[in-house]
Design a protein. Sequence first.
Length: 411
Amino acid sequence: MPDTDPPSAGARLTQDDALPPRTGDPSAPSVEQLAELASGSGLHRVNILAWRDLEDPEAGGSEIHAANIAKLWAEAGIEVTMRTSFSAGMPQVGWRDGYRVIRKAGRYMVFPRAAFSETMGWHGNRDGLVEIWNGMPFFSPLWVRGPRCVFLHHVHKQMWQMALPPRLALAGDTLERRVAPKLYRQTPVITLSESSKHELVHELGFRSERVTVVPPGIDPMFHRGGQRSPTPLVVAVGRLVPVKRFDLLIEALVDLKTRVPALEAVIVGEGYENDMLHALREKHGAEDWLTLAGRLSDADLIALYQRAWVLASASAREGWGMTITEAAACGTPAVVTRIPGHVDAVVEGSSGLLVDDPADLSGAIGSIVADPQLLDRLSAGALANAERYTWAATAYKTLAVLAADAQRRRP
């Protein structure tokens, strides 16, 4: 790759002029179809158990995923109650987008207290229950009698060691791999990608026919528009936590900067590694071209996606990688690590590139910014890939799994 600045792809290609519009999947289920499925299965009241609420400062893709499904179910006339842990500054009971949110108990106590409250009926009568198993399960098979399903986005593996002290990490890994799967053998499981399903079946021992793949949708607010940055701009979005490996991404970007002097980069997100990443940026003297933007509004994030040349991720574990397809809906291709989830969110060679090691991100991103034709082709492929995903389809297919369990349990 040459040591000079790449051709000005930003000047010659605007999102408005070069890419077809994003229209969404015309076959996506309607609200009426959701309502018909719910009514035909007797699912009038559904409770959802989740670790964190969307308003939680540490909320991420799992919370966005649950909130979108709950919103569409509520629009279809289902009475939805979501039970989560307490979120600072938020009321214990409130309403959002037509569904009720109950925020009580701390990070760890939410599991036994939510189970006890459900057992006692304090959350109200229900026709079905959805458990979101995010590392620590609610053990719903032990106490739920009636239609249920569980969302298990991915196997956590090394995430335990990244987030917890050694003994707690070992306990968490043992629980996830050896204890909990035996309890959930008769429970319908939903995961986000075929690669995650492969792990659940071959590493945790779930039966293949019990695991359904339902990819996440993309909000229509993510769309093409504006003009690409006149100079190479790389964007990364996510919680600033060890599993995302933003430190390795920064190292790769610093390496690329030596060959592409015009490079700029923006990392969006909050988390407890914020101070460490600021120190790393200062160590490399990258303050003038690498921005740690913190949390952005939806409008600012969309504008950033639309200006970016590449969406990058060095993450070690993902169920999908929703920022990949959000950026794709804005016409921005991805360069990401080859891990379960990522390999489904990216169509390799069409909507982006996959790398086996975070150190290879530098070369892969460099190959795109140095080749305007490759950038144009991947941008068009990213937009085409994004057309496949809608939240309406996600909400309907998730409800279909719960409805099938309800029908199976009928006398």
